[in-house]
Design a binder for this molecule. Structure first.
Ligand SMILES: C[S@@+](CC[C@H](N)C(=O)[O-])C[C@H]1O[C@@H](n2cnc3c(N)ncnc32)[C@H](O)[C@@H]1O
Length: 268
């Protein structure tokens, strides 16, 4: 299984009008990474380039950020809910997910479903410099946005958020491929947060994430691998009905109005 931008087959990369050589070089290397054409911007508008080249999506390389434009809207990386969660943690308050993980400094966390990475960023805040967070994302465009965002986004008032983002390692890959290759107990915690059709999100750009994202859910075989790879626990986030959790034999750990978390302890 390999990741492919199948939902957006016609993509291209460009840069801001009047870009300098550095920005043009970055645009070139991103086009190479995505294996798609680089369009010279000149003074054309984004809308006209999307239409002229019949594109599904256009990645625009700007100073310190990337923006993904489609005819449906635009998407930029943002740390989203991790900002509030890290603020709460810094004030000594709890965080539901990382509490269930019993996450601590120095831990190794494998986030199988990165998206834009709010859970991975919160995890990386806790695991710190001695820890390791690897976040997998099968959509090349989402992985690109998250990866470049983690490298370059600077939160103006929360140094902890910026530091946590720099610690997240993003890999454009399917968890099926990665889990089957990983050695036993190579992570403390393995986490899945698959897309569910009625998932409630308030973050901006979520509609576009829905269009880009992979909607597959983990199978029994994936969970078997996850249990082998995790030394402490495997966690799965589900919609509030918990149907997937019971299908995959997770113990219900926490329910909310819109979600349910399940856990399998590996040290038992
Ligand atoms: C609900 S989002 C995750 C949100 C994330 N936990 C956060 O805090 O922002 C699920 C993401 O997992 C990705 N995904 C789904 N199946 C995948 C797979 N087999 N391998 C890697 N990523 C996958 C989707 O493309 C989507 O971006």
């Amino acid at each position: 299984m390999t990741s492919s931008p199948d939902k957006y087959p016609h993509i291209a990369v460009t840069h801001t009008a009047n870009a300098n050589a550095l920005l043009i070089g970055q645009a070139k290397s991103i086009a190479f990474e995505l294996n798609c054409p680089l369009i010279d911007r000149h003074s054309a508008t984004i809308q006209s380039l999307l239409e002229q080249f019949n594109l599904d999506a256009l990645v625009v390389v700007e100073q310190y950020k990337l923006t993904l434009h489609t005819l449906d809207g635009l998407l930029r990386h943002h740390p989203n809910t991790s900002v509030l969660r890290i603020t709460n943690l810094c004030r000594g308050r709890s965080d539901v997910l990382t509490d269930l993980m019993h996450l601590k400094k120095g831990d190794r966390l494998l986030d199988c479903t990165c998206g834009l990475g709010a859970d991975a960023i919160t995890g990386a805040h806790i695991t710190g410099d001695e820890g390791f967070v690897l976040a997998l994302e099968s959509s090349p465009l989402l992985a690109l946005l998250a990866g470049r965002g983690m490298e370059s986004y600077t939160h103006q008032s929360h140094i902890e958020v910026t530091q946590a983002m720099r610690r997240v390692n993003i890999k454009n890959a399917c968890y099926q491929d990665v889990l089957s290759e990983l050695p036993d107990k190579s992570f403390d915690v393995v986490y899945f947060d698959p897309m569910f059709k009625n998932s409630i999100e308030t973050a901006n750009g979520i509609q576009l994430i829905r269009l880009l994202a992979n909607y597959e859910t983990p199978t029994n075989e994936d969970i078997l691998h996850a249990k082998r790879v995790a030394s402490r626990s495997v966690l799965l986030k589900d919609s509030s009905n918990g149907k997937l959790l019971s299908q995959l034999n997770f113990n219900l750990a926490k329910t909310g109005r819109h979600f349910a978390y399940g856990i399998i302890c590996c040290s038992d």
